[in-house]
Design a protein around this ligand. Structure first.
Ligand code: CU
Length: 109
């Protein structure tokens, strides 16, 4: 039975490029790490706050309407956002607007 499971996961890995992935961004020292990330449409990004102070990851349009938002992340908290549209998504921390980062969402080839 375990041999069958191993075989199944191995073949899944071959096609991993076409499957949605989850990417992690660490928030530490008042920075998003990595600050620039490229993903494929349909992928999910998970932010994890390792600072003692709360942060958010929040994207807003030019009228400051929220496009997506992790909400408040206290130390140790995490939140996920799935990206379903191709394009560049810049985001900030609502509490510390000097914290800036970006995600580039590419079409699945
Ligand atoms: Cu912050």
């Amino acid at each position: 039975m375990s041999a069958i499971l191993l075989s199944a996961s191995a073949s899944f890995a071959v096609f991993a490029g076409a499957e949605p992935n989850t990417h992690q961004i660490i928030i530490q020292g008042g920075e998003y790490i990595p600050a620039e990330l490229t993903i494929q449409v349909g992928d999910t990004v998970q932010w994890i706050n390792k600072d003692f102070i709360p942060h958010t990851a929040t994207a807003q349009d030019e009228a400051q309407q929220v496009l997506w938002d992790t909400g408040n992340l206290n130390k140790g908290d995490s939140a996920e956002v799935q990206f379903t549209e191709v394009g560049l998504s810049e985001y900030i921390c609502l509490y510390h607007p000097v914290m800036k980062a970006q995600i580039t969402v590419e079409a699945v080839l």
